[in-house]
Design a protein around this ligand. Structure first.
Ligand SMILES: C[S@@+](CC[C@H](N)C(=O)[O-])C[C@H]1O[C@@H](n2cnc3c(N)ncnc32)[C@H](O)[C@@H]1O
Length: 213
């Protein structure tokens, strides 16, 4: 039996305990596309990054069934609040149920709507933001969130390797789908953006971590 690097990494990462396990099982049982959810492996990183900052204000764009939301909420400052933005109103029930299971309901404000419309209503001074919604709007999300971030804040974007499609060369760009082009251009844009220092981690589908200067 061959063990993949992903399996090996999973096996050598803290395993989700108690309620996180129950939530992940519930997502597998009750959602049509459980692969849309963050995995326990990604959840460990998310919780760790948020816990290091202990933010009073955090944001997640795209929650799906709330696994990432729960992980983020667990790392907030004692008086911190996570603002979750989700376009699909059918997701709200499970997000609320999973936050309840984790005892995190009071720490999370759920905004059902399009991220482009909700971001202007979010408070300034965001200390951690996790962008995990539709890829075609990632550039706008970055540009709208950055001025709202606190100095030293972390802006984290998921799927920045886009299944490896970011390696498509300019000659084949015409065949690239729109999301691929947006993510390629955003990776270049962020790397040249003097407002942040950044690292693209080859973790699962690529996690870009930007620290606001
Ligand atoms: C990959 S899932 C999010 C997974 C979640 N962050 C987690 O950690 O488990 C993407 C979510 O983004 C939502 N979404 C897509 N377009 C959106 C938009 N324009 N505004 C807000 N949410 C959106 C989808 O409905 C979906 O639930």
């Amino acid at each position: 039996m061959s063990v993949s690097i992903d399996d090996y990494c999973d096996a050598h990462t803290s395993q989700p305990e108690g309620v996180l396990n129950d939530i992940y099982r519930s997502i597998a049982l009750h959602t049509a596309n459980p692969h849309m959810s963050s995995s326990p492996y990604q959840g460990v990183l998310l919780e760790m990054l948020v816990r290091l900052k202990q933010p009073r204000i955090a944001v997640e764009l795209g929650s799906y069934a709330g696994y990432g939301s729960v992980c983020m909420a667990r790392g907030l400052a004692p008086d911190g609040m996570l603002h979750v933005v989700e376009a699909n109103e059918e997701c709200e029930y499970l997000i609320r149920q999973h936050l309840d299971m984790a005892g995190m309901s009071a720490r999370v404000s759920i905004h059902i709507g399009q991220a482009l419309e909700v971001i202007p209503q979010l408070p300034d001074g965001i200390e951690v933001a996790f962008v995990d919604a539709d890829k075609v709007n990632y550039q706008q999300y970055y540009d709208m969130l950055l001025p709202k971030m606190a100095s030293g804040g972390l802006l984290i974007l998921d799927n920045m390797l886009w299944y490896g499609r970011v390696l498509e060369s300019p000659e084949t760009q015409l065949r690239c789908d729109r999301s691929t082009r947006v993510i390629q251009q955003l990776n270049d844009y962020i790397t040249n953006d003097t407002r942040v220092s950044n690292i693209l981690l080859p973790l699962r589908d690529g996690v870009m971590v930007c620290m606001v200067r």
